[in-house]
Design a protein around this ligand. Structure first.
Ligand SMILES: NC(=O)c1ccc[n+]([C@@H]2O[C@H](COP(=O)([O-])OP(=O)(O)OC[C@H]3O[C@@H](n4cnc5c(N)ncnc54)[C@H](O)[C@@H]3O)[C@@H](O)[C@H]2O)c1
Length: 425
């Protein structure tokens, strides 16, 4: 039993989970040296003093370390979940009870509670928003326009969120500037590729305990996430098939040595299907129809729209829980399709999300982007901005230093050579 009265408002599953959450937050911190350095500097200089931040992120041990860093910088934070199934309840409890951070997130919450939690963090009258998928920004623009003027800016963590925000900017609907953290090279080249690559395989393995060797694994989407998953599945001995709609990415997949074909063709061959496109109905009625008995389908893209679950459900004569995170759909002709994690991001639904070491860089970008927005004399123009190159390079340098890796510097002669055009053959 927990007999301490939390000092902050919250809606979490169970405060008695706090001590396990604290242990896991500290475990993740060991692998987050860049964020640790930023935290030390934040503690000293308080660059976010008094800044009210509303954050809508996956409530994981890594996010907890970001929240603690922002708090060390003087920010007043409120946190809600960016996905109903990604919250780690022990982490949510620990943030409330140990770190006095208001958290509104319960794993498995329904849509009504999910959105009421977004409203709870907005009630904090934020001056800065931190989003992962742009649900917070969308609710703010639709239902809380009264607080738009007091917001200096926001940050966005993922590809899907950036695409939504760019659409808002094009339509003239965006009310304040956003820094697209996803676009930092030290974010998507590592987090999307190595983080999603490893943790998606981890999520599917934990959910099913399948052997990957010799399986036909169909990866839909050869973006940064898809490349990571394809690379790791191949490393485990799978035969990887890639589906794409972009000819350049399809060519890249083919030259990386993967089979490339349409989903109509791949549907008949795959043992495991993984969508990472940010698109809708990538796995649809005709694909479920064509799949082998026992095919496994999972999504690791941001929203649960990549697999047409309503169609799968309508085509099935029965559905039942096969084991935790696995639902069996029996189609009318008797063949079975196994859906993992309700079609939500499988690495967060069935595993722990990205390893801390890679989130170290993504969240270092978040913390430094918040500092950048807070320290400006004037608000940035309203648009979706890329992370300033200096921040990207600083994160890479700090990470290299933490790994004990030194790199060469250009000599003066080399600098002159690389900036001149006169010297040729
Ligand atoms: N699981 C996680 O933890 C995690 C982490 C980072 C990003 N994401 C999400 O994963 C998704 C992909 O991110 P990314 O950075 O790789 O994006 P990306 O834009 O680099 O790649 C997406 C790819 O999907 C392709 N695509 C689109 N529609 C398709 C279709 N119908 N069939 C086949 N391919 C199609 C696009 O051409 C593109 O190459 C996004 O929703 C992103 O928000 C998830």
């Amino acid at each position: 039993m927990v007999n301490v009265n939390p000092a902050v408002e919250h809606d979490v599953k169970d405060l008695a989970l706090t001590s396990g959450g604290v242990d896991r937050i500290e475990w993740a911190a060991r692998e987050m040296p860049v964020l640790r350095l930023i935290r030390e500097h934040f503690e000293r200089d308080k660059p976010l003093k008094g800044l009210r931040i509303a954050a809508c992120l996956h409530v994981t041990t890594e996010t907890a370390n970001l929240m603690i860093t922002l708090q060390a910088g003087g920010a007043e934070i409120a946190l809600c979940a960016s996905n109903p199934l990604s919250t780690q309840d022990d982490v949510a409890a620990a943030l409330v009870l140990r770190y006095n951070i208001p958290v509104y997130a319960v794993r498995g919450e329904d849509d009504a509670r999910y959105y009421s939690h977004i409203h709870s963090v907005l009630a904090n009258q934020p001056q800065l928003t931190m989003d992962d998928g742009a649900d917070l920004v969308a609710v703010l623009h639709k239902e809380r326009r009264d607080i738009l003027d007091s917001i200096i800016g926001g940050t966005e963590e993922t590809t899907t969120g950036v695409i939504r925000l760019q659409a808002m900017a094009r339509a003239g609907a965006l009310g304040y500037p956003i820094i697209a953290v996803n676009e930092a090279l030290t974010k998507h080249l590592f987090d999307n590729r190595y983080g999603t690559g490893q943790s998606t395989i981890d999520g599917i393995t934990r959910a099913t305990n399948v052997l990957w060797a010799a399986k036909h694994v169909v990866v839909a989407g050869y973006g940064w996430c898809g490349k990571g998953v394809a690379m790791r599945a191949r490393g485990l001995g799978s035969r990887v098939i890639v589906t794409e709609v972009d000819p350049i990415r399809a060519l890249e997949a083919a030259m990386d040595g993967h089979e490339v074909m349409t989903m109509d063709q791949a549907a008949r061959l795959g043992d495991i299907f993984i969508t990472l496109t940010g698109d809708t109905n990538v796995l649809d009625r005709q694909h479920f129809d064509a799949m082998k008995d026992g095919a496994i389908v999972a999504n690791s893209g941001h929203f649960n729209v990549e697999i047409n679950i309503p169609a799968l459900s309508a085509m099935s004569e029965s559905r039942k829980r096969a084991r935790e995170h696995v639902e069996e759909f029996r189609l009318m002709d008797g063949h079975r399709v196994f859906l993992l994690g309700e079609g939500r991001l499988i690495n967060l639904a069935a595993a722990e999300g990205h390893p801390a070491s890679v989130m170290d860089m993504s969240f270092a970008n978040q913390a430094l982007a918040a500092q950048y927005l807070a320290s400006r004399d004037e608000r940035l123009p309203v648009d979706v901005h890329i992370v300033p190159t200096e921040i990207d390079k600083e994160v890479a340098n700090l990470k290299l230093r933490s790994m004990g890796i030194e790199i060469d510097e250009l000599t003066e002669e080399q600098q002159r050579y690389l900036s001149s055009w006169e010297e040729g053959t």
